[in-house]
Design a binder for this molecule. Sequence first.
Ligand code: R5P
Length: 297
Amino acid sequence: MSPFPAALLALPGNERMADALATALALPRVAASVHRFPDGESLVRVDGNVQGRDVILVCTLNQPDDKFVPLFLMAHAAREAGARRVLLVAPYLPYMRQDVRFRAGETVSARHVAAWISSQVDGLITVDPHLHRIHDLAEIYAIPHRVVHAAPALAAWIRAQVARPVLIGPDEESAQWVAEVAQAAQAPHVVLTKTRLGDRKVRIDVPALAPWQGHTPVLVDDIVSTAHTMMEVVQALRQRATPAPVCVAVHAVFARTAYEDLQAAGAGVIVSTDTIAHDSNRIALSAPLAQAIRELL
Ligand code: R5P
């Protein structure tokens, strides 16, 4: 760790994670506030003493468009209050799926968002960013960063909670890390093929799981947003009278009614890590996040 004192600062909604990190790192959490004016603008204020400190902003970035402005203003406020460096812990890193210009006239949002964040903070810590056509955060982030992998924690949960699991990755993108989770959980795995037809429409070829009869299907995905990816697989499996599939997500985005929709589709237990606060959170990542912060400090 750096010889300079550090402190955590939670953007609204991130207090629980910031407190867990403060405990793990034996660091203080300084008070701060964000006031929303009636016109939707934000007023941020650092209330604690950050003079000469490395300030670690904790702000997960689901629903990111609402969060960028207060986050970036808070980074300025911390520097103006005397912070030496400003680091960002964003357990969920957004905009990573727009990693290519899918149609003429679009832009590669992942690159621009990375440039914005890189221009505002001195370092970034996140959990399993969605890396597909961009293979490494270093391709788009110009600042020091650490990536926490949720695989060991997912595997530990599955080993402890699911009898005879067979892990299922819904698409080719999930192949690498589903294999890693499966290996650590000492379970077999299969990877499916997905075609995305729209925001809420996917087609997934679900083969017969005959070799794994008597196993409990465990769907593992990095992001669950509309949950249509998981629902498609859950419905196909339920038609084959498998046990209710366990659904495991790293990032519980769960847009609008996605969580209820997934339950109604026939999912069994639905669990997630705590990168985004949600009722399904069962897998805490504050310990590996604290370790990543130590390394970056
Ligand atoms: C994309 O490839 C991701 O890995 C997820 O499969 C995707 O984000 C899930 O989205 P949704 O829940 O909207 O189907």
